[in-house]
Design a protein around this ligand. Sequence first.
Ligand code: BV8
Length: 252
Amino acid sequence: MERQVIQAATWLATAHRVVVLSGAGMSQESGIPTFRDAQSGLWGQYDPMTLASQSGFIQDPGLVWRWYGWRRALVDAARPNPGHLALAALAALVPRLVVITQNVDGLHQAAGSTDVIELHGNLCRFRCFARGHPAPRHLADCSPDEPPPCPICRSLLRPDVIWFGEALPRAQLDRAFDEVKKACLMLVVGTSGLVQPAAQIPVEALRRKIRVIEINREATPLTDHVPLHLRGASGELLPVLVAQLETLRRVA
Ligand code: BV8
């Protein structure tokens, strides 16, 4: 593993534009369960794919609302882990770094990353189901059991996230692929690579012959196609990678 970390740091040392794609594994060490992990307690009996969908919300708005309330409480209690902090530190060590995240927890921004593209929204923001009117968080906090009505059109509030079956925001998706066109190195961290269209982002990087380094606890469909796979927890590996880069910078 040490040789692989040195190789990754060596590539980073000469990279002029780095793009990161992060997934739920990035926040796992902050205490936020990933989509693939069995959800704990009450929510273990529900399929997140069903809950994170318009049909799930239409079928039982209160259930979906309470599920997001449970996740929001986990996010409120969470702090950026050393992996988030390492990516924020990395931005000061390379000329340009952009984080493209599938996560909806805001932890990259909380860690200090300033250029973050949220492909799937953010569960601490709210909009109404019918017209997308933005709504302040205090309305959600004051109604823990049922989604409150939109102050403008009275349709039900929902979290400002992209549900399965919903299109990703065009601006964010276009910007993500544009950043890939300009990048010379990609870090793919803590994602199973199963959710589309985000999963196409590293595929496009490989098609463009961009160096792709994957950091994951396990192998994924991407693993056999990347030049470098670092096996382990992002909260442990990213700080080691950044420390190695800082060492290379000192001896250079
Ligand atoms: C779209 C927000 C089209 C919500 C999320 C049938 C009908 C409709 C669409 C489809 C369909 N079949 C397929 C699709 C496409 C569908 C899709 O991809 N389905 C998959 C599952 C087959 N995609 C969509 O529906 C997308 N929209 O296609 O729209 C369209 C076009 C035009 C007009 C209308 C429609 C929307 C996808 C976005 C869904 N929303 N999130 C919410 O969070 O509540 S996605 C959700 O899943 C999260 O964002 C999460 O990030 C993601 C799961 O992916 P990962 O991040 O990779 O997380 P996962 O748990 O899977 O993996 C974690 C990894 O980390 C693992 O590899 C693990 O080993 C590793 N790990 C764990 N701990 C660590 C670690 N690694 C390192 N360190 C650790 N400590």
